[in-house]
Every structure is written in C-alpha cells, then in structure tokens.
Write a protein that binds this ligand. Structure first.
Ligand code: AHM
Ligand code: MG
Length: 344
C-alpha cells in the first residue's frame, strides 16, 4: 500500500490547502521527531533505566517519574533552536521556557504534557504526550506567561502521541483529525487514518468510578442512569473502560466513540477538576470537536474558557456529542446548590 508520510501530509496542508504556514509545519515535524525519541525511551523501559520515580515534585505537588523529566527535556531540546517557537510551557515546569537569545524567535507558543498517564509508566500500560500550539499575539520580543493565556479556540494545532502496542500520532491543524503510525523500520510517521469521526451516540463511558461518592449530583445522575442499563431510563446497557491515561482513553473514544469524564469532586473542593486546561483539556477538546464530538466542563464549551493561569485545572466532559450534551444539560437542570461549584 502506498502510504504518505507525516512530512508529505504537512506539505500538502501547506501547499495545496494553504492551511499551515511553514513555521507551523516545522514545529509539528519537530514535535513529532521528539515523540519518536520519547517512544524509544518508553519502549526500552527497564532496559533503558527510565522506569521509576525521579524523587522530585512538579509545580502541582505531584511526584515526578524519570520519564516525565526525560520527555520534558527531549521536547525542550528538540524545539528551542529551530526558530519556529517563541516559548514553551509544560505541565512539568513551574514557569514558561522562553527560547534563548542565541536562537531566532518564532511566532508560535507550544504547550505540552510531556508524559501523560504517569501512573501507568511502571506497569507497562499505554501512556502519551499531549501538545497544543498557540500563536504569539503581538510582535514585541519580550514574552511572558500572559501571552499563553488564550482560549483553546485559538489553537493553531493540537495533538497527542500514544505509546501503546503501536506508537501513533493523532493530529489536527483545524482540518479534521489524522492518525499517523510510527513505522520503526523506516523511522517515519505514516498516515494510517484520515478524517476520524466520533459517532454522536455511544454505549460506553470512561470515568474513575471509585470517585462516585465525591461527585456532584448531575454527574451521579448521568452515571447511575448508565448503570441502570436496559431497564433504566436510558433503555440500553452501557460498558465502562478506564485506562487511567487520558491519552489512551481519548484515543479509544476517537476510534470508536464513548464519553470521557474527569469531573469536579469533593476530595479537593477548591479545584475545578484534576486535569489541566491548557496541557490536557484544550488540545483534546480541539481534536474531539474536529472529529465531530463535543467537549465541555459540564456547563461551557472547554475551548471558550479564558484561562486565568498557566497551570489551571478544569472539569472535563468530552466525546460523543449527544452524551456530552446530555451531561451538560443535567448540570444546567440541577438546582445551583447541587450542580457542583461554579465552572472555575
Ligand atoms: P498525569 O498528567 O500526571 O499523568 O495525570 C493525568 C492523568 C490522566 O491521564 C488520567 O485521565 C488521570 O490522570 C487519571 O487519574 P486517576 O488516577 O485519578 O484515575
Ligand atoms: Mg497528564
């Protein structure tokens, strides 16, 4: 079969469809190359001394794994010299990393979760890298955290790489969702799916059920109705999957439908949710919407939220459109006191 490579796909997007400028094409190629390096480390596992904790904490107080740090470094080193970026922000760095003065500064901002699903590293379960690309607004040389605080609808590109039985790169530049599979012999990302579409209806949900007792009533209502199965109000049996790596759970939903939730819960009542708006929720929301799905925080479209700070957290509901709309409606119908805290 005559497959096209990521490079060819991007050149076509640039030349024929006029969708991506040269700098953005280069940025995506560099991120994809970095993900190839991360895939090599992930595959080596214990043979490469990459398993286990690094005995450090990130800005959110989470213990970092060796692979969190290795992946973060790979992404910085790959991206800082090419002239396509102004600055980067990472789930694993306290503050932004501005491109050093010795390199030319580009027009784009890159945000990423270098190694998503950290709790699965040591048990050989799928993990991934998530990224989001914004444009730097204004032409001044100086750059600060404020430049990153843009709603997700302004993303120029977003994607993730899932390190599973195959390594796959899933990408959108606002023209649908394409999947590239890593051909290890060729060392290339090859296009294996184009125009991924999430079915509007589903019988499968993904949520950490052990948090059930901590959820707000609208979330409990939705899940309890699913659990009631064919004799309950939904009139059908539901299946449940929870990998515990957002990348893997969202990947399944992009491939066969479903709804993913990480809602607010009462364990940490002051935080809107566990996942991060800018490194996880926004890029996944862009992909899911491009595949015909929907993504909200239970009330509002995720990509319309104006971030207040870089490491902001958010409640996440995404996937098959009709299910996301139902959950959002349950929040709207609930009395204010029962619908959980305000979105943020
Ligand atoms: P991480 O970025 O530190 O790996 O945390 C995010 C992960 C998501 O991939 C996943 O959906 C969630 O945390 C799982 O949380 P839990 O262990 O509470 O089920
Ligand atoms: Mg993560």
């Amino acid at each position: 079969m005559n497959r096209i490579s990521l490079t060819q796909y991007l050149v076509e997007q640039q030349r024929e469809r006029g969708r991506i400028p040269g700098q953005l094409r280069m940025l995506i190629e560099v991120v994809a190359r970095a993900c190839k390096r991360i895939a090599v480390s992930v595959n080596k596992g214990p043979l490469g001394d990459v398993i286990g904790t690094a005995h450090t904490e990130n800005v959110q107080g989470e213990v970092q794994k060796k692979l969190d740090i290795i992946s973060n470094e790979v992404l910085i080193q790959a991206n800082e010299w090419g002239g396509h970026l102004a600055a980067m922000a990472s789930e694993e760095m306290d503050s932004i990393h501005v491109v050093p003065n010795r390199y030319p500064q580009g027009e784009y901002l890159l945000l990423y979760d270098p190694l998503d699903g950290s709790s699965n590293i040591d048990v050989n379960v799928s993990i991934g890298t998530i990224f989001s690309v914004l444009r730097k607004v204004g032409h001044q040389r100086g750059i600060g955290e404020d430049d990153f605080l843009q709603p997700g609808r302004f993303q120029a590109a977003a994607g993730y790489c899932v390190y599973g039985p195959q390594s796959q790169l899933v990408l959108t530049v606002g023209d649908g969702v394409a999947v590239f599979t890593l051909d290890r012999e060729l060392g290339s990302w090859m296009l294996t799916e184009q125009n991924l579409q999430i079915p509007a209806d589903t019988k499968e949900f993904a949520v950490n059920m052990s948090n059930h007792r901590h959820w707000a009533p609208p979330v409990k209502r939705y899940i309890d109705e699913c659990l009631a199965g064919s004799t309950g109000p939904r009139g059908k049996d539901f299946n449940m999957r929870w990998v515990g790596s957002m990348v893997a759970d969202v990947h399944r939903i992009l491939c066969r439908g479903g709804v993913f939730m990480y809602p607010w819960d009462a364990r940490e009542p002051d935080k809107p949710g566990k996942l991060r708006l800018m490194y996880e929720a926004n890029p996944m929301a862009f992909l899911v919407e491009q595949a015909g799905g929907a993504a909200t925080n239970g009330r509002q479209r995720l990509m319309d939220l104006m971030p207040g700070k870089l490491h902001e957290r958010v409640a996440v509901v995404l996937g098959s459109k009709n299910e996301v709309e139902r959950i959002t409606q349950y929040h709207q119908e609930a009395p204010a006191a029962e619908a959980g805290p305000a979105a943020r």
